[in-house]
Design a protein. Structure first.
Length: 68
């Protein structure tokens, strides 16, 4: 699987070359939805697919805190 195209401003505190996109998929998806714009979100869906993005977002820490 090739790396998703992410805007560097979303990951300004991370070295993009060091991200394992399979292991850290939830981290990347959360970060894109927190800090990205519409093209970033579209790229996230293209790379991970609807099912993986939905699963990651439903298990995010900030949503779990809101549900309690």
């Amino acid at each position: 699987m090739e790396k998703p195209t992410s805007n560097k401003r979303i990951f300004r505190d991370v070295v993009l070359a060091n991200i394992d996109y399979d292991v850290k998929a939830n981290f990347e998806i959360e970060r894109v939805f927190e800090r990205g714009d519409v093209p970033d979100i579209r790229n996230c869906f293209k790379h991970y697919g609807l099912e993986k993005v939905t699963e990651a977002l439903l298990n995010t820490k900030f949503l779990l805190e809101l549900r309690m």
